[in-house]
Design a binder for this molecule. Sequence first.
Ligand code: BGC
Length: 741
Amino acid sequence: MKKILFFVISSIIILNFSLSETQLNKKQSSVEKRINKILSKMTLEEKVGQLVQFSLSGSGKEYKEKKEKYLTLIRKGLIGSFINVKGVKERNSIQKVAVAESRLGIPLIFGIDVIHGYRTIFPIPLAQAASWDLELVKKSARIAAIEATAGGIDWTFAPMIDITRDPRWGRIAEGYGEDPFLASRMSFAAVKGFQDEDISSPTSLVACLKHYVAYGAAIGGRDYNSVDISEKTLREIYLPPYEAGIKAGALTVMSAFNSINGIPASANSFTLRKILKNEFSFKGFVVSDWESIKETINHGFSKNEKDAALKGLIAGVDMDMVSGVYLKYLPKLVREGKIDEKILNDSVKRVLRVKILKGLFENPYKNEKRADEILTNEKRNFERKVAQRSIILLKNKNNVLPLKKFPEKIAVIGPLAKDKKTPLGCWSLYGRSEDVISAFEGIKNKVKNRAKIFYSKGSEIRGFIKGGIEEAVKISKNADIVLLFLGDNISGEDASLAHLKLPEPQLKLIREISKNTRSPIITIIIDGRPRPINSIIKYSDAVLLAWYLGIESGNAIADVLFGDYNPSAKLPVTIPRAIGQIPIYYNHENTGRPLIKNKPGNFSRYRDESNEPLFPFGFGLSYTKFSYSNLKISPEKAHSNGKIKVSVKVKNTGNYDGEEIVELYIRDLVSSIIRPVKELKGFRKIKLKAGESRVISFILDEKLLGFHYKGNNITVEPGKFKVWVGPNSQEGLEGEFTILE
Ligand code: BGC
């Protein structure tokens, strides 16, 4: 018999977990009372004002004029929030106008994008996901929150938790990769880090889950493009990180730019009201993305600005980022009876709820004397740790790495070797390139005067340098080891690419060096997305995928090259062999004609390329080796509400101490809705000394074994399941268990 489980998410999630249930109820009802009291005093215009956010940035006369205009609106209670205001003093002075000069004195909430660090810039989220380390992700968000609040910020537009299966999409860099299970864990950790246990504390930053939803499924990987998606894929792949973030207590969500099955995400009552606010019991507020309510006109969904405002609010977007259409039209729409005031009130209450929980009424101003908490040595050192743990070793022929003895002559080559801007990644509004340790500097710091370093840029990222390749070849011929820094600096928003191979000047550079030198070539890729790097792999003895690693980038890379850190990161995305394979992801379904090697017939395949990725999801090497043995499953038969324990012995059989990410995958072999060939359902990062072994156990329960069946219900169907525990999505020990009728 099919068992359907209903998972009702408690509405207490937005409050402090450390309180008892009675305390929670009390706190909650006192918050609601306060909200209603404020609401009862508000005029229609003041209510709408809470739903209005404007951007204030720039300098000089233009800034002054803009600010004056906004201050007039603030005095009338017509603005609820700002984005992009910089500096704690400036923030406080604007806040003072809201608190002291508006009729009701409701404080403003100030938001900005602090995505992977404020001034201490951390690895991009995709790189952090490669660490599979939830504590690191949480702590880096915590540090970002401490610094950002010292800088006068209440609210960050992070974490970005869009799943994507398409590396053409530049924003793949901002998220946690292709897998809903891993991304959900990351989402939970990041929210906890930003908001901390007590959201009203001065160092806690309100989080915003974005971009709701399915933004990463943009057709063709082109940013802002339409999304056509089944409810099954939406619920199984794209929604889980949001549900996890809400469980962690995220107080805001951002509605996306894209349309979903013909309805813009910022006017979509199915995703916003039915799923987010009802099924997930989300009690915070939804802010639109930048002008995304107004853009529903361009989508061909709204007739004009007034229609866009109507559709946005009705669908459940509570706050209008920047476009101004709520301010202009909501009062009229309510007066004309087109919007029921109850709907407006619900949105206003949500905004007030967040402001109350954040403690803005009690503490509207931020302490202006916390500058010394920003970019401290301790934070820098922690950043280095995160960066080390984000670097993936993809190839290591003949164990050329680590560089145990200092080679006499080292050639450092490539357009990214001395680059101090690219490692800051795609979102670093407060990051400074002078804070960044380049790869070249990191190597120099490590080597000191123990080796001679020769440098040549070789080429630009996308262009040739006259005589550049010849010069690089010359120094590489003369060196004992070649460290080649290749990659790209196009990444993030509006950074989609149709060509994913590295630009030809860089490919020529590596080809020519490989043709002309016998010294080992170690290529370090500094990049924001996985791409077909077949020739890089072919021409290099070792390859490190080093992403955009933040301010300690160069030191972290040197730590890995010279063996002061043994790499442990693993891919949070699949690396394709060819662009034509995209979208390629490990958790695909089987077809009626799966490829069987060496068997004649018609199969689901490419005639000119393998079906296999270049590197599978979950893959990453270490300087040591880990063996897996003794897979045990107990019991091997259980009812759907039972628990199945899966354990395995992992041994470090190599010569170095190291960390291993142990991954568990399942497959439900026969089901009423086809299940993927593999699904990640557990992982554990462990440290093992050389020679040491440990038994690792996982518990599989109905939540992990089930799948979405009709709406948000989770179903576990009886039948056989396969389970694998291993080092990546393609290797591992295989077992089986049965869920009984
Ligand atoms: C981006 C968001 C960002 C917002 C505010 C938009 O263009 O899509 O991710 O939070 O701008 O800066």
